[in-house]
Design a binder for this molecule. Structure first.
Ligand code: GLN
Length: 537
């Protein structure tokens, strides 16, 4: 094996968006990692926003958060879940961030009077960001997923940078292009023309893809692959299909069955020998357990972004992984918090074995979350509140147990006489939206007499945050006396990070987002325990 420099694999997409570039990138990463290589994955997003933090989840799905507090594209969630690695700010760049960095340099005079242009200044900046990641952490492979679709105006600088890098790095760089092969039902035929056009488009930019991954809903026979290889100037073994799979976690196996990992290694100058043998034992054991799961657990997710699955992507994946580790399938039902009320709550929530009260921002649908928290608490049913979900649990408790009818978060009602959830004093002074967010991993110390301590099996944990408001410690005593305990505390700020009602079977709320750190091979203990409680409710 032994090739010492970092290798760069670019993943581009053509024909249509949403073909699963993130899953293909993650699957390639997984296979290389399972051969003993140190791998990371990076995503370039061609939009002007500095980061996706300000994007509406309806448009772009969930905002993922890295340990170092970067608000990132949800594909980074796939990378972490597949590879069991932690990504950072350096793993996600946008056009906005690249331009900002170049413009800041220009203002500082770094370009010494030169005319600042897309080529070479923007492209150099992109190339620097690609290479920096490899160098800084000594990776064997850096996989760079280029967002958008070939042919978009926005992706041009990224593709040009990739062309240059391929030229400069020779065998140390490789392009995997993902396209779509549609099936025309009337003609009963699979069509490769869109793929040919998409490859032509790449070629017209000076890029010859090395490997083609064809997304399809039907099996592609050898003749069709041969034809694609011939028309697109790639070797036959470098045309692989990505067919619909029962679970995304099956994709690395499907890619390996077509020897995608071997083809990549060979093309990049590696010999296949004992030192880089594939070991997917743990991954396969997970898939087997998943396929053999017989029971089903029903989980209701109460939130306001119910139309778009991707808005709660990491929670969904965490629940589904936790299901596998409990040998059950997880059936999810979305309940719109805007539609949930005292009259329909029994009908909507009673069929569920457990309820997740979802995170979110703003007051829309908030009352429905209080209704869910109340129903679940009063009926002693497994309930997991995440971030805003935890805040709603606390507010509902204040209203209906402590007897403060207008208790609220100042995010929803600035004039409430009981601001159970509030901004910290120092945050109140900051006006910049992004500036007040608590982002990234923070320490938390667990109460040794709590359920969460038993669940984690340790006292000190670190979890990722993404919120502005906090539990107001003025109310801590009243809550604890009435039975809702702060069982996870930030040692530095003394802020409450976890609440639970010890008298109930499973009624836990976390100010942080445990879903960001649940991976296939290391499912998050809170989700595993929650599913177990739901199964045994
Ligand atoms: N809106 C709440 C806050 O900012 C909760 C945020 C969230 O659920 N991520 O504190």
């Amino acid at each position: 094996m032994a090739v010492s420099e970092t290798k760069y694999i670019f993943v581009t997409g053509g024909v249509a968006s949403s073909l699963g570039k993130g899953i293909i990138s993650s699957s390639i990463g997984k296979l290389l990692q399972a051969r003993g290589y140190k791998v990371t994955i990076q995503k370039f997003d061609p939009y002007i926003n500095i980061d996706p933090g300000t994007l509406n989840p309806y448009e772009h799905g969930e905002c993922y958060v890295t340990v170092d507090g970067h608000e990132a594209d949800l594909d980074l969630g796939h990378y972490e879940r597949f590879l069991d690695i932690q990504t950072t700010k350096a793993n996600n760049l946008t056009t906005g961030r690249i331009y900002k960095s170049v413009i800041d340099k220009e203002r500082r005079g770094d370009y010494l009077g030169k005319t600042v242009q897309i080529i070479p200044h923007i492209t150099d900046e992109i190339k620097r960001d690609v290479k920096l990641l490899g160098k800084k952490y000594n990776f064997d492979f850096v996989i760079t997923e280029i967002g958008g679709t070939v042919g978009d105006i926005e992706s041009l600088p990224f593709l040009e940078s990739m062309r240059q890098l391929k030229w400069e790095l020779g065998r140390n760089a490789l392009c995997v292009h993902l396209t779509y092969v549609p099936y025309l039902a009337a003609a009963k035929e699979l069509k490769t023309k869109p793929t040919q056009h998409s490859v032509k488009q790449l070629q017209s930019l000076g890029i010859q893809p090395d490997i083609l991954v064809l997304r399809t809903e039907h099996d592609l026979n050898a003749n069709l692959r041969k034809k694609v290889a011939l028309f697109c100037n790639v070797s036959e073994n470098a045309v692989v299909q990505s067919i619909d799979a029962p679970t995304i976690y099956q994709v690395p196996i499907l890619m390996h069955e077509q020897k995608l990992d071997e083809t990549i290694l060979e093309k990049m100058g590696y010999a296949l020998d004992d030192t880089n043998k594939l070991d997917l034992t743990a991954w396969e054991a997970f898939l087997e357990r998943r396929a053999n799961a017989k029971r089903t657990v029903k989980i209701a997710m109460v939130g306001k972004y119910v139309e778009l699955q991707d808005a709660y992507k990491s929670i969904l994946e965490s629940l589904s992984q936790a299901g596998t580790y409990n040998d059950c399938k997880v059936q999810i039902k979305y309940i719109s918090s805007e539609k949930l009320n005292e009259q329909n709550v029994e009908e909507l929530l009673s069929p569920a074995d457990g309820v997740v009260i979802c995170p979110g921002f703003g007051s829309r649908g908030i009352e429905g979350k209080f209704v869910a928290a109340k129903y679940q608490r009063e009926h002693n049913r497994p309930t997991f509140g995440v971030c805003l979900g935890m805040q709603c649990m606390a507010i509902e408790f204040a209203r209906n147990v402590l007897g403060y009818p207008d208790a609220n978060s100042t995010e929803m009602d600035e004039k409430t006489s009981h601001p159970i959830i509030d901004l910290m004093e120092e945050q109140k002074a900051i006006t910049n939206m992004g500036g007040t967010m608590r982002l990234g991993a923070y320490e938390c110390v667990l109460d040794k007499k709590s359920k969460v301590y038993d669940i984690y099996g340790k006292e000190h944990i670190q979890e990722r945050h993404r919120h502005r408001y906090e539990f107001n410690n003025d109310y801590r005593d009243a809550f604890e006396k009435a039975g809702m305990k702060g069982v996870g505390i930030n040692p530095e700020s003394d802020l409450i990070e976890i609440v639970e009602i010890p008298q109930l079977k499973w009624y836990i709320g976390t100010q942080f987002h445990p879903e960001y750190s649940s991976t296939v091979l290391n499912p998050h203990p809170l989700f595993v325990s929650f599913i177990k409680a739901a199964l045994n409710k």
